[in-house]
Design a protein around this ligand. Sequence first.
Ligand SMILES: [Ca+2]
Ligand SMILES: [Ca+2]
Length: 202
Amino acid sequence: MTTLKLNYLAGYKCKMILLVLGLLSFVLATPDWQVNPAEFENTLNMVIRVELNGQSLTEDEDILAAFVDDECRGISFPFSFNDDFIFLMTVYANTNGETVTFQIYHLETDQIVNLEETILFIENDVHGQVDDPFVLHGSILIPGDMNADNSVDILDVVELVFVILGEIQASEHHLAVGDMNGDNSLDIIDVVVILDLILYGD
Ligand SMILES: [Ca+2]
Ligand SMILES: [Ca+2]
């Protein structure tokens, strides 16, 4: 085999490896949350239900995590129960009295959401039961939902047009959910994208 061919094959292999790595990084775009139970002596257990924008979860692939400061202290995946999704969460610590916070990765909108409630870690505590879960609340941004009513429809298009025309002053929320093409401005292109979303879905 000639050197030229070998160089070509090596280059081809490199491109394939880069392609595979690229695909992997796309697939693994979920949060890098990990906890090592062996590092902790104490636990508490929770049964949790999560409400985002006042509504229960509809995805069974969201991920819930517990934190003390920025350190992950527990991870849980939802399972279906009584037409809802609940999480069984074990939280790990070495010290009582630490404040535990929670975040959820919302797959559908690819957002990590800070949840409002916190607990104090007390070893062997139990929070929530299967028929009466501990409820965590948070807010997600729904692309296109200009009027923040948890759905995207013609009213959002009207509000966006009013914002573009200067009839309504653009708020941070408007910019966060209305800039559909990510160019940091609200204009007719965003109207077209939202109309497309309403008419044809994503
Ligand atoms: Ca709306
Ligand atoms: Ca835009």
